[in-house]
Design a protein around this ligand. Structure first.
Ligand SMILES: CC(=O)N[C@H]1[C@@H](OP(=O)(O)OP(=O)(O)OC[C@H]2O[C@@H](n3ccc(=O)[nH]c3=O)[C@H](O)[C@@H]2O)O[C@H](CO)[C@@H](O)[C@@H]1O
Ligand SMILES: C=C(OP(=O)(O)O)C(=O)O
Length: 427
């Protein structure tokens, strides 16, 4: 298993390119299952999860072709063609490695009239049930059955009816699943208390480019008028606002000056507001953001919330940054019940953090010291990288396969702006 070694203390500066968004890519790729025509996605990040999702699409009978890119290019172009689905099953072996596999349920059901998908189970950050995906699909006409760890869904008469559903809790994935399925339903659907994350907007725009009829895009009420068929399209994946936010924290924690290029600052409101509140200079322009800091950042009080609130996917990175803040910060995690796995690892590097229930109190310290640490999930891993960049001496991060799910060529991007970082393979 690879490890990442960081010798901390370097101030980062320069331009750092931001990739296409993992979480948008993982909901745009299954859209290809809704049509027999090709869907071409541009600006796809080179990530383990994207490769894994491609593999799942192949299992279902779709072909995936990566066009004309050389290894040094960011932003791949993939054409997915699901002329005919040869299988309607997402097997346990794939779903257990990548939770987002559940996002084939709605599209396969809508296209083929039936789908069988393994239940994903929990993961390091929490229990993560899929009951809301199932309730929403049921509300638009799906019949469901659970057996042997799988959910089997069918549409009576081969086609979903459409219907109305109000989410009791905001769910990104469940909103995505039901919107994709409703796009091909016989009738219309109204989805209330829908997630409003920019990735949902990206999904809706792609579906509209494929011929879907959706009103209320970007609001909490989505009205979808089902169409008989969708067609192919070419669509560019939105910039990764979480990757951009993570590197913004890298600029801040190293007292650096980074210009993040290829970003959509409008999608990063809560992150940029929090950085500004912490005394970091934030200068957004058309498709870049400059983030610069000179001394220790100021303390913050942050609570995670669905968009437009402060993203849970940024909590660990902000915690790392605040470990060296000039004062005491309070972070509250409201989305996932177990998203503080990075705390004991940060403590090994000298951080002073006390967790009580959903709240973490982070007392800023003058120095962090490099140590061997273990990545436990994607954003927790990034928090360890950030702490390592600011720590004295060497930090070794193991289990970096978590990072490879969501950060494209991390060591290359960070070395190019001055970090002393390398990946070491064990075998
Ligand atoms: C691939 C992808 O886009 N992942 C993102 C997506 O995950 P994901 O779509 O899994 O997250 P959700 O928005 O669904 O989860 C929000 C909350 O709802 C709960 N819940 C969700 C579904 C369900 O059927 N029942 C239920 O109780 C979850 O356990 C969690 O507590 O949104 C999360 C919240 O912004 C992000 O952290 C993830 O990075
Ligand atoms: C939790 C995340 O992803 P996933 O939903 O794919 O596990 C994340 O991107 O931080």
């Amino acid at each position: 298993m690879d490890r990442i070694i960081i010798r901390g203390g370097n101030r980062l500066s320069g331009r750092l390119p931001i990739s296409g968004a993992k979480n948008a890519a993982l909901t745009l790729m299954p859209c290809a299952l809704l049509t027999d025509e090709p869907l071409t996605l541009r600006n796809l990040p080179r990530l383990a999860d994207v490769d894994g999702f491609g593999h799942l699409l192949n299992q279902l009978g779709a072909s995936t072709r990566i066009e004309g890119t050389s290894p040094q290019d960011f932003g791949r172009v993939m054409t997915i063609r699901a002329g005919k689905l040869t299988s309607t099953e997402a097997p346990y072996d794939i779903v257990r490695k990548m939770r987002a596999s559940i996002l084939v349920l709605g599209p396969v059901l809508a296209r083929a009239g039936e789908a069988r998908v393994s239940l994903p189970g929990g993961c390091a950050i929490g229990n993560r049930p899929i009951d809301l995906h199932l309730k929403a699909l049921e509300a638009i006409g799906a019949e469901l059955e659970m057996a042997a760890g799988y959910v089997r869904a069918s549409a009576p008469g081969g086609r979903l009816s459409g219907g109305r559903y109000r989410f009791p809790v905001v769910s990104v994935g469940a909103t995505e699943n039901v919107v994709m399925a409703a796009a091909l339903a016989k009738g219309s659907s109204r989805i209330e208390n829908a997630a409003r994350e920019p990735e949902i907007v990206d999904l809706c725009r792609c579906l509209v480019a494929m011929g879907a009829r959706i009103d209320g895009i970007g609001t909490e009420t989505l009205e979808i008028e089902g169409v008989d068929r969708l067609h192919g399209a070419t669509y560019a994946v939105m910039p990764d606002r979480i990757e951009a936010g993570s590197y913004a924290c890298a600029a801040a924690i190293t007292g650096g000056d980074l210009t993040l290029t290829g970003v959509a600052a409008d999608d990063m409101g809560a992150t940029l507001a929090a950085l500004t509140e912490a005394g970091v200079t934030v200068e957004p322009s058309k498709d870049s953001v400059r983030v610069a800091a000179t001394g220790p950042v100021g303390p913050l009080t942050l609570t995670t919330a669905p968009f437009p609130g402060f993203a849970t996917d940024m909590q660990a990175q902000f915690m790392a940054m605040l470990c060296k803040a000039d004062g005491t910060s309070v972070l509250t995690e409201t989305i996932f019940e177990n998203r503080y796995m990075h705390v004991p690892e940060l403590a090994r590097m000298g951080a002073d953090i006390t967790v009580s229930g959903r709240t973490a109190v982070v007392k800023g310290v003058d120095r962090l010291v490099g140590a061997p640490v273990m990545a436990t999930d994607l954003r927790a891993s990034m928090s360890l990288i950030l702490a390592g960049l600011a720590a004295e001496g060497e930090t070794q991060v193991s289990r970096v396969y978590h990072l490879d799910r969501g950060y494209e060529r991390l060591e290359e991007k960070l070395s190019a702006v001055g970090a002393d970082i390398e990946r070491i393979g064990d075998g």
